[in-house]
Design a protein around this ligand. Sequence first.
Ligand code: PMP
Ligand code: GLU
Length: 401
Amino acid sequence: MSNFLSERICQLSVSATLEMSKRTRELKAEGHDIIDLSIGEPDFNTPVSVKEAAKKAIDHNQTHYTPVSGLPELRKAIAAKLLQENRIEYAPDQIVVSNGAKQSIANAMLCLVNPGDEVVIPAPYWVSYPEIAKLAGGSVVKIPTSVESNFKVTPGQVRSVLNHKSKVFVFSSPSNPTGSSYTYEELRALAEVFAGFPNLFLISDEIYEYIIFNGSHTSLAIFPGIKNRVVTINGLSKGCAMTGWRLGYMAADAALAKACDKLQGQITSNASSISQMAAVEGIRLNPQNSSEIREMVQAFKQRRDIVLDYMKEIPEMKTCLPDGAFYIFPDVRALFGKSNGSVKITNDMDLSMYLLNEARVAVVPGAAFGNENCIRISYATSLENLEKAMRRIIVSVKKLS
Ligand code: PMP
Ligand code: GLU
């Protein structure tokens, strides 16, 4: 049979993060002793009160369809959270609950982008942004950054790429894969540039807002001049250790929220009613009022510091101080051209494969995030695993000359 698959799907790349963790799971199942630093998800349990709320939902038969955009009480609770914690005012009808932040980003992109519209993405970026943009027919414009600028874009860089075809600008702060986060001042300066492009929408992915160690989180939508054009993306996957529950949301202009409701209504309908009831409890938790979340964030900070200590022994891997999330994104260019006698490292993929085969540590090549000079290391695993992995990486890198 000739290729029957649509061009749309043929042009789509496989998610490198999911692919690498799938490969690692397979190798482990075959009995290989691999330490997985490829996937980015909290290795902590969902808070007890959230699990209790879900059990109660099942026992009370809250097992039916809900409104596509989510239960009214959940949307109300999200609006209250956004007002109290993020200082952004949204009415419940501006909120659409979905099966994870990933779906919310896809909803927004598909509702905003026409074929040929430009989707501007600072690189490094989370793997799915350009792919979702492509799926929507967008033409992706990347803004490169480097470790020297903590992988952050400047207002000047943004101004130089924006034009009348730019429809969406999408970024995450704190960032996956770099851990960098934009300060209030930096966002304010970017907001001033965005204000000059009235047709541009800003997708602000704030999924790591609680996992921040230096400074505090600022939401892009607090800047009044651009608020109507900001799509605030968030969810419970990272901050509440709920990746498997599939619960995310967006908050945006009411007409855009209504369009996303229409799209979701034809594709997936509502997110799981049980996860939504769990989220009514989860959404009220934060690092200030939940010891479980606070302890998780403190553990990530401790791990970051320990990983960075080990990194001092590998000067060929140049990294900045991540402010949050649970990744480091070292520039590994200094290792390109080196060899252990049998394997030559020419790029990020070679190095990732070398670390997998030689150190038995899984990482993700940076090219998947838009920077082929880097690799991504996730420290969302136990200290014991991390120390073992870092020692193995050091030994393997020392074999290269
Ligand atoms: N945005 C970023 C930056 C992420 O790292 C992730 C996690 N893969 C997501 C969105 C998706 O989150 P969710 O599990 O809620 O779909
Ligand atoms: N946030 C995670 C990562 O980047 C989850 C995997 C995914 O959805 O891409 O590794």
